[in-house]
Design a protein around this ligand. Structure first.
Ligand SMILES: NC(=O)c1ccc[n+]([C@@H]2O[C@H](COP(=O)([O-])OP(=O)(O)OC[C@H]3O[C@@H](n4cnc5c(N)ncnc54)[C@H](O)[C@@H]3O)[C@@H](O)[C@H]2O)c1
Length: 257
């Protein structure tokens, strides 16, 4: 018996990266998981990699409220209930405000923020019935400013505020809502940075842990937050960033003596 046995979960954007690692970990821990992505092809590839019938894929674009409603319905159809919602799907984009088109701004808000509203609204009646939980994958970019991607920072900051506001209200209904803020995690999304010579070497030197995280290191935290071990956690914003945001930014290699 795993710690999530008998639980039904939804993971958005579960076809690769952190989302895929979360799906794998939740099924390993005993949950039945419905995960989504935008294309059937990526879903089939992920299903083959997971290799566990407790994980099922459904094509759904999280920025489309009708797709989201169908996703929640499907999970409830599978087992008659929904215990865990993991809002993972998102897309980062490097774009300075003076060059940001209105269309791209709205599109990124739809994927990174509207999606969390759509899933949370549709899932809440079901979560209330079984004392369920929502885990929002935010980012340390939502806590601090990263100059190269202001729209992503704004949207992740809003996800953190939404997490706290919803947690405060829905705690009385037995629903726990928390957020995870990863630092740099090696995924298909961050592999694009490899194209810039020296960028990642410098980046990782600035992380106190001196390395990026692996997706499985985020998945373990999500599984804990989804479990009864986190039963008194409401509105917690968990940072897992190798120590980046613990630092004042001042040099650590100060000569002693
Ligand atoms: N990788 C990092 O360093 C990092 C750091 C902080 C936070 N995060 C957050 O972690 C989460 C996962 O990031 P990742 O690096 O694994 O990203 P990724 O791009 O590797 O994977 C994102 C997943 O979301 C899916 N997706 C994207 N848009 C979608 C849509 N409209 N509808 C449905 N699915 C969609 C993709 O198909 C994919 O499965 C995101 O919320 C991201 O903001 C990542």
């Amino acid at each position: 018996m795993g710690k999530l046995s008998g639980k039904t979960a939804i993971v958005t954007g579960g076809t690769e990266g952190i989302g895929l690692a979360i799906v794998k970990r939740l099924v390993e821990d005993g949950a039945e998981v419905l995960f989504c992505g935008r294309t059937a092809a990526t879903g089939e590839k992920a299903m083959a990699e997971i290799g566990n019938p407790a994980a099922r894929f459904m094509r759904a674009d999280v920025s489309d409220e009708n797709d989201v409603a169908a996703l929640i319905d499907k999970a409830v159809e599978m087992s008659g209930k929904l215990d865990i919602l993991v809002n993972n799907a998102a897309k980062g984009a490097v774009a300075l405000i003076p060059e940001h088109s209105t269309e791209d701004w709205r599109k990124s808000c739809a994927i990174n923020l509207d999606s969390v509203f759509f899933t949370s609204r549709a899932a809440m009646p079901h979560l209330k019935k079984c004392g369920g939980t929502i885990i929002n994958i935010a980012s340390i970019s939502g806590l601090y400013g990263d100059g190269a991607y202001p729209s992503y920072c704004a949207q992740k900051g809003a996800v953190i505020s939404l997490t706290k506001a919803m947690a405060v209200y829905h705690a009385r209904e037995g629903v726990r809502i928390n957020a995870l803020c990863p630092g740099f995690v090696e995924t298909p999304a961050t592999s694009a940075f490899k194209a810039v010579p020296g960028l990642l070497e410098d980046w990782f030197k600035g992380i106190p842990a001196q390395r990026p995280a692996q997706p499985s290191e985020m998945a373990g935290i999500v599984s804990f937050l989804a479990s009864d071990d986190a039963s008194y956690m409401h509105g917690s914003i968990i940072v897992a960033d190798g120590g980046v945001t613990a630092s004042s930014g001042q040099p650590t290699q100060v000569p002693l003596g």
